[in-house]
Every structure is written in structure tokens, then in C-alpha cells.
Design a protein around this ligand. Structure first.
Ligand code: COA
Length: 164
């Protein structure tokens, strides 16, 4: 019934509606991750949606960022599943699918700001982001890293910034 496909240009209005409902219409001002996304486009090859026959029910996107101004890395998010479909495993399917794709494409590491209980089973750990800083602090434990290539975050420190 549901299918994971790459995001298409025509999906944008429905994704915006989904994000408005999931994170609020003030998310650009209130959420730290958006400070790393302004004036930057998500990576189209890593933007996926889950769709049914005539509706879009979930979305995941990834953005390019730099660690300490030089080390490329991915920033995951937002991940949102429409209220009617939550708890049915769609979020985890999108997460698993996109992380696998990122690995195939050769990306070394992914950062996320989110609930550790949700992301830890996919290999995310706050310890991997311990020495990295965001534009604004977030609650302890929510800023996490995941190494798609083992050791890719080892020894890295400094600010996470948008790709200019
Ligand atoms: C968080 C979200 C993406 C999860 O998607 P989903 O399809 O409902 O989740 P899944 O069905 O794949 O996973 C369900 C499991 O995750 C857990 N879970 C769901 N939301 C969670 C959260 N915010 N924190 C921790 N665990 C969560 C559930 O308890 C369930 O656990 P179980 O498998 O042990 O029963 C979805 O609830 C959502 O869009 N929420 C609003 C936006 C949001 O908060 N996005 C995440 C940003 S970090």
C-alpha cells in the first residue's frame, strides 16, 4: 500500500503541510536545525517520501553541513510521518532506507537533533557529537552522530555550519 520514492518537485506543498502540522509553522525560527538549512537546499538524492495511492504520508530529508569549516557531513531532518499513520513503522522504514542509501553513496557520517530513543537503534549516539557545537545549544543527548564509515567522526571537533 505504501511506497518509498525519491521526493519529486511536486511533493513540496504537501511536505510543507506535513511539516507545518508536525513541527509548527514557526519551526524556521524556533528549531536549531533550521539555522543550518537556511539558504541551502536538501540533497535531492537523499530526500524520500512515503506515499499511498493518492496521498503523501511521510517525508525525510538530508542537508549538507560542514564540521569545523572543512569536513563534509550530513544533517538528517526533518523526519515526519502524518498523524494518521504514526506508530505503523513508516518512520523507521524511511530512516533505514535513507541511511542505507547515504552509505551506498559514500557519505561518512550523519548528524541529527532528535529523540535518542528513536535514533539509537540506527547507530546514532550523543557521544559521537560530543565535541561538535551547534549554532544554539539543544537539550542534552538530543544532538547525535552516526558513523556510516566507521571512525569518520573520530577526532572531529568544532562548529557545525551550513555549506555556503
Ligand atoms: C517521530 C516520528 C517520525 C516517528 O514515526 P512513526 O512512523 O510514528 O514511528 P515508527 O512507527 O517508525 O516507530 C514507532 C516506534 O518509535 C517510537 N517512537 C515514536 N516517536 C518517538 C519519539 N519521538 N521518541 C522516541 N520514540 C518514538 C514508538 O514508541 C515506537 O516504538 P516501538 O517500535 O518500540 O513500539 C513521528 O511520530 C512524527 O512524525 N512525529 C512528529 C515529528 C517528529 O517529532 N519527528 C522526529 C523529529 S526528531
Amino acid at each position: 500500500m505504501f511506497q518509498v520514492t525519491q521526493e519529486r518537485p511536486g511533493d513540496k506543498p504537501n511536505i510543507e503541510k506535513l511539516l507545518d502540522k508536525s513541527f509548527g509553522t514557526d519551526r524556521l525560527q524556533t528549531r536549531v536545525a533550521y539555522a543550518l538549512r537556511s539558504d541551502v537546499s536538501p540533497l535531492p538524492e537523499l530526500c524520500f517520501v512515503m506515499r499511498g495511492p493518492s496521498f503523501l504520508c511521510a517525508s525525510i530529508r538530508y542537508w549538507p553541513v560542514l564540521i569545523d569549516g572543512q569536513q563534509p557531513c550530513l544533517l538528517l531532518g526533518p523526519l515526519a510521518v502524518g498523524q494518521a499513520w504514526r506508530g505503523g513503522g513508516l518512520g523507521k522504514i524511511l530512516l533505514g532506507h535513507s541511511l542505507a542509501r547515504a552509505k551506498i553513496l559514500g557519505h561518512g557520517a550523519v548528524l541529527v537533533i532528535g529523540d535518542p530513543d528513536y535514533y539509537e537503534p540506527f547507530g546514532f549516539a550523543a557521544a559521537l557529537a560530543d565535541n561538535l557545537t551547534l549554532p544554539r545549544p539543544v537539550d542534552p543527548g538530543r544532538f547525535q552522530g552516526c558513523e556510516l564509515i566507521p571512525g569518520s567522526l573520530a577526532g572531529l571537533s568544532g562548529p557545525v555550519t551550513p555549506v555556503a
